[in-house]
Design a protein around this ligand. Structure first.
Ligand code: GDP
Length: 424
């Protein structure tokens, strides 16, 4: 059985916790897109970890963790992450696709230089090299993992590649050029480091599907950051949709039977771009930001404050629809416990008309939120171990959102720990 866990919103919905939790019954956990630019926070018996590239199944020794072909594969980031989790005593199985492409130092530099050049027109990139990486991939000038093992060909390719890159570095950004021979040496080290893990992961997964194994596809970010369907251009450079998992992992699309879209009980977003339900009152926003997640709403990768807002049923209905969600998990319900009343955004007003379907970026910028106010439960709900025991107002909040988004909310999370989950 193949299951995908994906984000219904702007990312940071708490997918890491849900994947880690669902991993108990999985044989394989797969990363199929994105790179080390975002992070999943996982809290378990080994400690608190912000995973960027490693799949969330690494804490279960029986699981094979796959870095699929669709990933922006930063070997350096992987090395750092592996030493962190190894230091905590975690032993794990890893398989790296021989078709995954390498995210290189020049991608990170290009990302950084370009944001500098754009100045106040910047995208709010995490500067992890993701956009330049995918540009190279689709321009067919990237390097696949398997190419590391043909040294002569690799050397020739790098020479030609850096001729072009250095023109940009020198004349556009006025920065030092890159010596391709140094890159070549680094890549040779990378090749040896990852050699034990490299394999045809698509074949591994297709065989596992035939054997009836449980496979978990782990999405990064969320629908609204999808290159095509998100708030372009304030999106990421790979598809964040469950549908893309078939491509980024190399399995038949019809095998993905269960799609769990994760959404938070309120909204949060990082980076630039329109955010209709954003809380504009700084004091009100700061209070939610401080109480959000397990350590406040600050980026797992960058530590920068996240923008926060009211739950947005328009964006989430759209987010779930594009994911093809078969069920929804709502996280961080406990965070809202301090409120006497809770606002929910249920429409976008634009030029006197209220829209309940998601809009394109330019219209989103002009839209104003239309909100409904619900009664809060105003008491601590952490430690409650069954959905039925939640206060009536908390259940009414979940019911209201479920009705609005049109997909069954099968799980509600009332704390960051693995066991803090209520099934409906
Ligand atoms: P991901 O990228 O979707 O995995 O999300 P992040 O890990 O970046 O952000 C989610 C944050 O919320 C993390 O700090 C989690 O530890 C935390 N979290 C997840 N579920 C819950 C929950 O139910 N309640 C609280 N308070 N925090 C949660």
């Amino acid at each position: 059985m193949v299951k995908a866990i994906v984000g219904a919103n702007w990312g940071d919905e708490g997918k890491g916790k849900i994947t880690d939790m669902c991993a108990d019954s999985a044989d394989i956990v797969v990363r199929f897109q994105g790179g080390a630019n975002a992070g999943h926070t996982i809290i378990n018996q080994y400690g608190r970890f912000a995973l960027h590239l490693l799949p969330s199944g690494i804490f279960h020794s029986h699981i094979i963790n796959v870095i699929g072909n669709g990933v922006a594969f930063d070997v350096n980031a992987l090395k750092n992450e592996m030493s962190e989790v190894n230091a905590a005593g975690v032993k794990f199985n890893l398989a790296i696709s021989n078709r995954a492409q390498l995210l290189l130092q020049h991608h990170i530099l290009l990302d950084t230089y370009e944001e500098e050049r754009l100045a106040d027109r910047k995208f709010g990139s995490t500067k992890s090299g993701i956009a330049p990486f995918y540009s190279d991939k689709y321009a067919k000038t990237g390097i696949q993992v398997r190419e590391l093992y043909d040294r002569a060909q690799l050397k020739d390719k790098l020479k030609a590649m850096y001729e072009k890159i250095n023109i940009q570095f020198k004349y556009l950004y006025h920065k030092p050029e890159i010596d391709y021979l140094e890159v070549f040496e680094t890549l040779n080290d990378y090749a040896e480091f990852i050699r034990p893990y490299v394999t045809d992961t698509s074949k591994l997964l297709r065989d596992a599907v035939k054997e009836g194994k449980n496979i978990l596809l782990e999405g990064q970010l969320g629908t609204l950051k999808d290159t095509d369907h998100g708030i372009y251009p304030y999106v990421t450079s790979s598809s964040t949709l469950a549908g893309y998992a078939a491509v980024g992992a190399g399995i038949p699309p019809y095998e993905i039977k269960d799609i769990i879209a994760v959404t938070k009980a309120y909204s949060s977003a990082v980076g630039e771009g329109p955010f209709v339900s954003e809380i504009t009152d700084e004091e009100e926003a700061e209070e939610l930001r401080r109480r959000g997640g397990d350590k406040g709403e600050y980026g797992a990768k960058t530590g920068r404050p996240r923008r926060v807002g009211y739950f947005d049923t328009v964006a989430t209905r759209y987010g779930c629809a594009l994911q093809g969600a078969t069920e929804v998990c709502m996280t961080c319900l406990d965070v809202l416990s301090y409120l006497e009343t809770i606002k929910v955004c249920t429409g976008y007003e634009l030029d006197g008309t209220v829209y309940t379907d998601f809009l394109t970026t330019s219209d989103l910028y002009k839209a104003k939120p239309v909100c409904t106010e619900l009664k809060g439960w105003n008491c601590d709900i952490r430690g409650i171990d069954s959905y039925d025991k939640l206060p009536a107002e908390a259940k009414a909040y979940v019911d209201f959102i479920e009705k609005e988004i049109g997909v069954h909310i099968s799980m509600v999370s009332n704390g960051p720990k693995r066991e803090e989950i209520l099934y409906r």
